[in-house]
Design a protein around this ligand. Structure first.
Ligand SMILES: C[S@@+](CC[C@H](N)C(=O)[O-])C[C@H]1O[C@@H](n2cnc3c(N)ncnc32)[C@H](O)[C@@H]1O
Length: 319
């Protein structure tokens, strides 16, 4: 299957990294290599302009936890000599850097969530639009979505739906899942989607697909997305040189909140109570935001790529 993913906020994201000709960049979520291609192209452009022998070429390290994405990115980027592609979780970005032989980076990009390719490849079980085994594992290992909906108890399922997707009918949906699985194991995306549709009020079924939030939440639980995101952000920031940039594109409020709060904590200076005459905590800001408010896609991009509609780009610069 062809890797058909349109990179979201491509120009804004690549510009936010402020690509330097000899810089070292990490695309922590390579996917089909859309953003990576543009970063590699810009690095190559600078090399092409330099007089021979006067220039240290930049490097791009691409990571993805999905072996299929790694293959697709490899194919897309094969013309570039200065690109290294590694099949690894970005929460191990420090290990990836060590494997690639680098100890600091000028920029890291994280474009969160799943790609259109993963959604469109029916057998992966990410989409409620088609009938497929209930899988959703990005790295094709560990607990599947079927293991979670058939194995967790009702309150755990309700918590997953509420915490990972703000699903307001979390309890009703969890109860419906438990009642359905007492009759037969839930094995397919269609079964899950039908159970959710039958559990929510009719009005809820009219606005958006009723299973949208349930699928998002279960996918996040299967892939332990928030755990890896928090670890990935910390390790990526750690890896940056002074002046280096970390840019993150989020697609929903739960993951955006994690990024926003982490960036805010890095920007915070003294935390002493206001009435202290002198600072005793000694805290100084470790980063500064490139934009006060996150960038969002243009109207044109949203019109031409519906997947971009909820995207937010946040960038922090290491001090
Ligand atoms: C939105 S897509 C990226 C698309 C890419 N920027 C492009 O232009 O083609 C997100 C990618 O991140 C990968 N991914 C998600 N979580 C990850 C993690 N914790 N570690 C590494 N890769 C991850 C997914 O497998 C998916 O391929």
């Amino acid at each position: 299957m062809e890797f058909n993913h349109r990179p979201v906020m491509l120009n804004e994201a690549v510009a936010s990294l402020d690509i330097k000709p000899s810089g070292i960049y990490i695309d922590a979520t390579a996917g089909g290599g859309g953003h990576s291609f543009e970063i590699a192209r810009r690095l190559g452009e600078a090399e092409g302009k330099a007089p021979a022998g006067t220039f240290t070429p930049g490097r791009l390290i691409c990571l993805d936890r999905d072996p299929d994405a790694v293959k697709a990115a490899g194919e897309r980027l094969k013309a570039f000599e200065n690109v290294t592609i590694i099949n690894i979780n970005y929460s191990q970005i420090d290990e990836a850097a060590a494997r690639a032989g680098i100890d600091k980076a000028d920029g890291v990009l994280m474009d969160l969530g799943v790609s259109s390719f993963q959604l469109d490849e029916t057998q992966r079980g990410f989409s409620y639009h088609s009938d497929a085994p209930l899988d959703m594992r990005m790295d094709k290992q560990g607990r599947s979505a079927a293991d979670i909906v058939n194995g967790c108890d009702e309150s755990e399922i309700a918590d997953i739906l509420y915490q990972y997707a703000d699903e307001k009918y979390s309890r009703r949906i969890a109860a419906a899942i438990v009642s359905a699985r007492q009759k037969a194991r839930i094995e397919t995306t269609r079964q899950l989607s039908d159970i959710v549709a039958s559990a929510v009020p009719a009005a809820y079924r009219k606005s958006r697909h009723p299973a949208r939030k349930t699928f998002q939440a279960i996918r996040m639980a299967v892939n332990e997305e928030l755990y890896h995101l928090k670890a990935g952000l910390e390790r990526a920031f750690e890896l940056l040189k002074s002046g280096g940039r970390l840019s993150v594109i989020t697609f929903h409020s739960i993951e955006d909140r994690v990024v926003k709060q982490y960036f805010a904590s890095l920007c915070q200076g003294c935390t002493c109570p206001k009435d202290f005459p002198v600072c005793v905590c000694g805290n100084t800001p470790k980063g500064k935001l490139l934009y006060k408010k996150p960038l969002v896609p243009s109207k044109e991009e949203i019109e031409s790529n519906n997947r971009s509609r909820s995207a937010k780009l946040r960038t922090i610069i290491k001090l």
